[in-house]
Design a protein around this ligand. Structure first.
Ligand code: A2P
Length: 332
């Protein structure tokens, strides 16, 4: 990128939006100015960026006049309605929602996996699902070494993936529980404090949830691997920040632990933390706030031929959302 860009953030007050502000500042992104947009509830609020106060405006049809680049993180409905308007106003949209990810003409990009796909964009580029992004940071380098066939797994997903209201809900329920009081669930159908919910996203006819099919669907698109299959159970856990995923991956070619370790240790954006005898393996608390994802607990899978079992963790607000979106913008 050359020069300075007029940048908008749609959903600036949300969990990902606030992270976007931090990432843009940290990476010294060449933004000449920043337009912060959210719902009417937040109009007039002020957010800090590069030492200055910036006022949040309400998102409307005229919000994108003069904007070159718009980061969207305000859910699918808002993206469907406003991303086309932003494109018409001349902006390139990087959308964090699932609204456009599987549209054939919209590139879905994880820079460590398919940076070249960004070139084909026609105004909108989609940011992948957070759990899929974190899983692929380890699966893709292994795929290049051994040819990935299929994956079984379970995720352990933080409440910040649901958004700011869910972070409040967990805090409220933990505090109430410590006082011996009740705190009824509002965001989730059951209490999330001291509980785990095998329920992320809506249930489909097949019995899987939408979230559970994203690793297969988005994985196929980003890895250019149309036969890839994934069977995952997505679980919401009482963790504030950072997702983890336990994976058993089966490959076409024979695997070796030594080569797998070597490949993962060299993979960009990934740290291999795998000294179980010293109690060293990735955890959400450890990886929270870090740009790199972490992989560990690497072993030959006991149930699959040519299989590896592994554990991957990553800050889903960063690599799973804000950081990846800014990395896509940097690719442009
Ligand atoms: P607001 O804070 O005004 O509700 P999160 O994922 O943390 O829940 O954040 C969602 C983000 O999307 C927030 O910034 C929220 O603004 C914004 N948002 C939600 N609905 C709309 C909408 N209809 N128009 C514009 N922004 C919206």
């Amino acid at each position: 990128m050359a020069g300075k860009y007029h940048v908008a953030i749609v959903g600036a007050t949300g969990a990902v939006g606030l992270e976007l502000l931090r990432v843009l500042e940290q990476r010294d992104f060449p933004a000449s100015d920043l337009r912060l947009l959210a719902s009417p509830r937040s109009a007039g609020k002020r957010l800090r960026f590069r030492g200055g106060d910036h006022e949040v405006s309400r998102l409307d049809e005229d919000s994108f006049r003069g904007i070159d680049l718009a980061f969207f993180s305000a859910g699918s409905e808002t993206a469907k309605k406003f991303a086309p308007l932003a494109c018409r106003a001349g902006a390139v949209v990087i959308d964090n929602s699932s609204a456009f990810r599987m549209e054939p003409e919209v590139p879905l990009v994880l820079p460590e996996v398919n940076p070249g796909d960004v070139k084909a964009h026609r105004g909108i580029i989609a940011n992948p699902n957070c759990t899929t992004a974190i899983a692929l940071m380890a699966l893709f380098p292994l795929h290049r070494a051994f040819s990935l066939r299929r994956v079984f797994g379970a995720s352990y997903q933080a409440v910040s993936g649901t958004g700011a209201r869910a972070i409040d809900e967990l805090r409220r329920q933990v505090e109430a529980s410590v006082r011996g009081a009740d705190a009824s669930p509002e965001v989730y159908p059951h209490p999330i404090a001291f509980n785990v919910l095998p329920h992320v996203d809506r249930f489909l006819e097949s019995g899987y949830t939408g979230e559970e099919m994203k690793l297969q669907n988005e994985g196929r698109k980003m890895m250019h691997l149309p036969e890839f299959r994934a069977s995952v159970t997505c679980v919401r856990v009482p963790v504030y920040r950072a997702h983890s995923v336990a994976l058993s991956a089966e490959f076409e070619r024979p695997v070796s632990l030594e080569k797998a370790r070597d490949v993962l240790a060299k993979a960009p954006g990934l740290d291999l933390i795998d000294e179980p005898r010293l109690n060293r393996y990735p955890t959400p608390l450890e990886v929270a706030g870090k740009d790199n994802c972490q992989v560990g607990r690497l072993r030959l899978d006991a149930a699959l031929d040519n299989g590896l079992a592994l554990w991957v963790a990553g800050d889903q607000l960063l690599k799973g959302a804000a950081l990846n979106a800014v990395q896509i913008a940097e690719l442009l």
